[in-house]
Every structure is written in structure tokens, then in C-alpha cells.
Design a protein around this ligand. Structure first.
Ligand code: TRP
Length: 333
């Protein structure tokens, strides 16, 4: 008898070509969870509208992102990849959930407050305030039990747990069966890579990224400008690797030489340029097979779209079943 695998729902906004911070913070983890769990990979294309109403890039950005996902090792035959916007059940369940949660609870969300501060927003839309409710529908339609996220997304998962509890308490299937699991966040251990400018996070909007698709020359060019210990001006000066983002990259992509790099930097024997060129090679090598696979996929974007459509038909079936249960429990329709 086969034991039913636990369900993971992971999601990401389609931001185009991904950077190595996405790999370290999310993709690597997703790939490693593939066999033990049943995974669903959601593309949060409606979520993009919360901060950008210009939709002209969404489709191309989606395809670029899917290419990175598959190139990094997601197997779309086992783990469906799908767009939120193509499965109507997301908006249906979102509407029902939005009646269960109070406005005050949504306004209290620290992740939203942080976003308002970071993006310096004067006001937000009704949909933006409610976007964690859409996220709850994303997760619960597939009865997700675990959600791999970074620290910053944990408050959203708390809202999902809250909504699942409210629904289960009020509406049950005949026999008293509850429909939704109470999902848990699954935090990544190495969850963030700093940006090339020394900011805590790599991000497209900050322009401080190394892309998964970047070749060696591009990486070297970007790395030359990377921020290092300001007290180490030239080779011979003693540096502090613990405050240097390049050293963080060594820890991740060059662990076998980590100690040597640490000593070299702190004694002054290793200069920043050499250190940067070395890590550039390591990063380029690490991603080389992924870049090759990416190139193949890029040659056949039609096929990538087909993969997406196939994932969508699989996901739709699951979503429909859940909505059937929801309607039954609520005695609607
Ligand atoms: N809220 C996530 C973000 O802003 C994206 C997202 C939407 C998501 N639905 C999800 C993440 C479901 C995990 C699970 O990046």
C-alpha cells in the first residue's frame, strides 16, 4: 500500500529571470523536497497586481521564471507548475475566505506594514490589503500542509492558518469531516543571500543581483563592483570576512575553501580582486549545467508553455474537487 505523501504548496511571483538568491532561498529547497512530498508550484501572477498594474511583462516574465524552475531541477511531470490566474477556483475561494476574516486582522499584518514602508506607499488598494487571503486560497485549494517560505512570509501563513481554522469550525462535510489542513511554514536554513551592494537581500528592483543565467564574464563584471570591507583597501590590508558579502558567497558556493579564504582575507594575504575572481568562477561553475539546460529550454518556449498548460489542467482538477467540498459543506449550489 502506498503511503500518501504530505502536500507542499510553494509559490512565487513571476519576476522574470531569477537570481542566485532565489536559488539559495527557495529553489534549492523546493528541489530537495520533491521526492518526499507531493509538490504544487504556483505562479502568483495575480499577486503582481498588488504593486504593479502594468501587465505587459507578466507573460514573458512567467515563461522566463518557469525556464529557471525547470532548469534548476523541478520536475513538472511530478510537481505541477501553474498560474493562479488560469484556475478560476482561486478567485472563488478567495471571495468566500474574504468574508471570514476581519479588516482589522488584515491591517495588523506586519508583512504588509513592512511592504508599505519599504515601497513608501501612500495608500493601498482593497486587493492589496486582502492579498494574504488570496494566498490562503492558493494554499488551501491544494490542501497544502507545508509552505516553504522565507521569514518575511510567515505572517501570511499565520493568516492562512487563521482562515483555515475559521472555515473548519463553521463548515463541515457530512459526518463532521473538516476540509482544510492547518498549514505550516517550512523555513529555509540559508534563506538569504546578500546583494552585491551589501544590502541584506538580492532583489531585481535594487539592481544588485547575479542571475542564474549569467555567464562567467557577466558575473566577473558584476562582482568587481561588489561591496567589501571598507577598511580593506588593498591587498595586504587585513579584512573582516564576517562583514563581507563576498565571503558569504564563498560559504555557500565554495565551502571547501572557506577556511582558506577566511584566513587569507583576515591576514591580508588575499586581495579582494583575487577573492572576487575566485568566487565568480565557483558561481559560474556551480550554475553551468543549469545554464546549459536553460539554453535548451529557451530554444523551445512553446514547449515550456505546453508544460504550463499541462500543470494547469492537473492543478485545476484538484482545485475543483476542493471547491466541490466547500460548496457541499456550505450548502451552496
Ligand atoms: N505572497 C508571495 C509573495 O509575495 C507569493 C505567493 C502567492 C505565495 N501565493 C503563495 C507564496 C502561496 C507561497 C504560497 O512573494
Amino acid at each position: 500500500m502506498s503511503i500518501k505523501k504530505k502536500i507542499i504548496l510553494s509559490g512565487m511571483r513571476p519576476t522574470g529571470k531569477l537570481h542566485i538568491g532565489h536559488y539559495v532561498g527557495a529553489l534549492e529547497n523546493w528541489v530537495s523536497l520533491q521526492n518526499e512530498f507531493q509538490n504544487y508550484h504556483l505562479i502568483a501572477d495575480y499577486h503582481v497586481l498588488t504593486t504593479n498594474l502594468n501587465t505587459s511583462d507578466i507573460f514573458d516574465d512567467t515563461i522566463d521564471m518557469v525556464i529557471d524552475w525547470i532548469a534548476c531541477g523541478i520536475n513538472p511531470n511530478e510537481s505541477p507548475i501553474f498560474r493562479q490566474s488560469q484556475i478560476k477556483e482561486h478567485t472563488e475561494l478567495f471571495l468566500i475566505f474574504s468574508m471570514l476574516i476581519t479588516k482589522a486582522r488584515l491591517e495588523k499584518n506586519p508583512a504588509l506594514k513592512e511592504q508599505i514602508r519599504d515601497l513608501n506607499l501612500q495608500t493601498i488598494s482593497y486587493g492589496h490589503l486582502g492579498y494574504p487571503v488570496l494566498q490562503a486560497a492558493d494554499i488551501l485549494l491544494y490542501k497544502g500542509e507545508y509552505v516553504p517560505v522565507g521569514e518575511d512570509q510567515v505572517p501570511h501563513i499565520e493568516i492562512t492558518r487563521h482562515i483555515a481554522g475559521l472555515f473548519n469550525e463553521r463548515y463541515k462535510l457530512s459526518g463532521g469531516k473538516e476540509i482544510f489542513p492547518i498549514p505550516e511554514p517550512k523555513l529555509t536554513k540559508f534563506s538569504r543571500l546578500p546583494g552585491l551592494d551589501g544590502k541584506a537581500k538580492m532583489s531585481k528592483s535594487l539592481g544588485n543581483t547575479i542571475l542564474i543565467s549569467d555567464d562567467l564574464d557577466t558575473i566577473k563584471t558584476k562582482m568587481r563592483k561588489a561591496f567589501t570591507d571598507p577598511n580593506k583597501l588593498r591587498k595586504g590590508d587585513k579584512g573582516n570576512p564576517d562583514i563581507c558579502l563576498v565571503y558569504t558567497y564563498h560559504k555557500k558556493f565554495n565551502p571547501s575553501e572557506q577556511t582558506e579564504i577566511f584566513t587569507g582575507c583576515s591576514t591580508g594575504q588575499l586581495g579582494c580582486v583575487d577573492c572576487k575572481m575566485k568566487i565568480s568562477e565557483k558561481i559560474a561553475n556551480f550554475f553551468s549545467p543549469i545554464r546549459e539546460k536553460r539554453k535548451e529550454l529557451e530554444k523551445n518556449k512553446e514547449k515550456v508553455l505546453e508544460t504550463l498548460l499541462d500543470g494547469e489542467s492537473k492543478a485545476r482538477e484538484v482545485a475543483r474537487n476542493t471547491m466541490r467540498e466547500v460548496r457541499e459543506a456550505m450548502k451552496i449550489g
